[in-house]
Design a binder for this molecule. Structure first.
Ligand code: CDP
Ligand code: CDP
Length: 213
C-alpha cells in the first residue's frame, strides 16, 4: 500500500485555507485537520479552567492532554479564543506537544490535508504537495467582515482590519515556527479568485504530485 499522501496548506488569517482544505479533502477522500483548532482548543481549555495564558509549563500540560477528535470550529470561533490561541502559539513547549499530535494525524490513510501556519515548514516538511495561500490584508479583513455580517452580528471593518494586521505581525514575527512559505510551496494569491478557481489551481498541483508519487 502507498503511504499516506499529505497536502500541506499554510497562510495568514482568512486567506481561504480552511475553505480550500475542506474542498480538497472532500474531492480526494482525505482526512482534514485544521491545526489552528488545536491551538484554539488548548487556549479554550486554559480559559475555561481559569488557568493563566502565560505559564508555559501549564499550557504544555493542557496541550499534551488534547484530544484531536471532535475539534469543532463552532465552539472555538470566539474572538477571545483566537487571541489567546495566538498568544500560547508562541510557546515552544506548546508547539512541540501539538506538532507531535498533528504529525500522527498526517499519517492517516489514504491521505491527509493539514492547514495552518507551519505545516510545510515544520510539521510535514516532506509533504509532496505544499500550498501557500494568501490574499491582501484588505481582502482578508473584508472576508471576516462579511462572515460576521452574514451571521447577523455587528461588525466594524476598521477594527477587523487592524486585528488582521496585528495577527499577521504576531504569526510572522515569532521566533519559533514563524509563518512563511516553505521554499518548495506553490503560492496561491486568492485576492481575486473565487473558491472554485482556487480549488482548480490547487487541483493542478495535487494531481501532478499524486502522479509523481
Ligand atoms: O482558513 P482561513 O482563515 O485561511 O480562511 P477561510 O475561513 O477558509 O476563508 C475566509 C472567508 O473567505 C470564508 O468566508 C470564505 O468563504 C471566503 N473566501 C472567499 O471569499 N474566496 C476565496 N477564494 C476563499 C475564501
Ligand atoms: O483566527 P485565525 O483564522 O487567524 O487563525 P486559526 O487558524 O484559527 O489559528 C489561531 C492561531 O493559532 C493563529 O493566530 C496562530 O497564531 C496559531 N497557529 C499556529 O501558530 N500554527 C498553526 N499551524 C495554526 C495556528
Amino acid at each position: 500500500v502507498r503511504p499516506s499522501f499529505t497536502i500541506a496548506i499554510d497562510g495568514p488569517a482568512a486567506a481561504g485555507k480552511g475553505t480550500l482544505s475542506r474542498r480538497i479533502a472532500e474531492a480526494y477522500g482525505f482526512h482534514h485537520l485544521d491545526t489552528g483548532l488545536t491551538y484554539r482548543a488548548t487556549a479554550k481549555a486554559l480559559l475555561d479552567a481559569g488557568l493563566p495564558l502565560d505559564d508555559e509549563a501549564v499550557a504544555e500540560r493542557v496541550a499534551l492532554a488534547l484530544d484531536l477528535s471532535g475539534l469543532d470550529r463552532n465552539v472555538l470561533s470566539k474572538h477571545e479564543i483566537g487571541e489567546a490561541a495566538s498568544k500560547i502559539a508562541v510557546m515552544p513547549a506548546v508547539r512541540r506537544a501539538l506538532v507531535e499530535a498533528q504529525r500522527r494525524f498526517a499519517l492517516k490513510s489514504p491521505g491527509t490535508v493539514l492547514d495552518g501556519r507551519d505545516i510545510g515548514t515544520v510539521v510535514c516538511p516532506d509533504a509532496p504537495v505544499k500550498l501557500y495561500v494568501t490574499a491582501s490584508s484588505e481582502v482578508r479583513a473584508r472576508r471576516r467582515f462579511d462572515e460576521i455580517v452574514a451571521r447577523g452580528e455587528e461588525a466594524d471593518y476598521e477594527s477587523i482590519f487592524e486585528d488582521v494586521k496585528r495577527r499577521d505581525a504576531r504569526d510572522m514575527g515569532r521566533a519559533d515556527s514563524p509563518l512563511k512559505p516553505a521554499e518548495d510551496a506553490h503560492l496561491l494569491d486568492t485576492s481575486e479568485m473565487s473558491i472554485e478557481a482556487a480549488f482548480q489551481a490547487a487541483k493542478t498541483y495535487i494531481d501532478a504530485g499524486l502522479k509523481a508519487n
